[in-house]
Write a new protein. Structure first.
Length: 159
């Protein structure tokens, strides 16, 4: 009888560690915010998400932060202190002169509305539509509405 318990002990401990690591992963995240529905017209989201105003300085930080937007992993951006940029996506130098604010917002929110084959994640896609998100992202978006508006405010400055 004790042999069976000792055989199950590693399985029980692994389950306990997994539950604890999942709890730690999700407790580090703030509670999910309410999702603001957005409307696309002419390949743009013209209204700011939740009526929020963006801050370009915060947006620049988000684009370079690997725990937030991490845009530099795929795009070239004029961000000081970043030595290596990705090249999967197009360069974002001058993107503010190529696209309107509403078009940039749609591309950050859900670029698959423009190009269904895009590998860029939708940073503010409806959480109810996410297929198999990581445990920390169940019921939430990858970026908050404020973070999206901050990134858009930054991208608009890139003329």
């Amino acid at each position: 009888m004790y042999g069976r318990i000792y055989c199950l002990l590693p399985v029980l401990l692994l389950g306990f560690v997994s539950i604890n690591s999942w709890a730690a992963e999700t407790s580090a995240m703030p509670p999910p915010e309410s999702y603001c529905k957005w409307e696309m017209k002419n390949l743009s989201i013209n209204e700011p998400l939740c009526g929020l105003a963006g801050n370009a300085q915060r947006g620049q930080v988000i684009t370079a932060d690997s725990s937030q937007g991490n845009c530099v992993a795929c795009h070239q951006l004029p961000v000081e202190g970043v030595e290596d940029f990705g090249n999967l996506g197009p360069s974002l130098f001058g993107v503010g002169s190529r696209y309107s604010e509403g078009s940039l917002r749609l591309r950050v929110v859900d670029t698959r509305q423009i190009n269904p084959m895009s590998i860029m994640p939708g940073f503010y896609r409806d959480p109810a539509l996410l297929h198999r998100p990581g445990k920390a992202y169940i019921g939430r978006t990858f970026l908050t509405a404020q973070q999206v508006e901050d990134v858009v405010a930054y991208l608009v400055t890139l003329k």
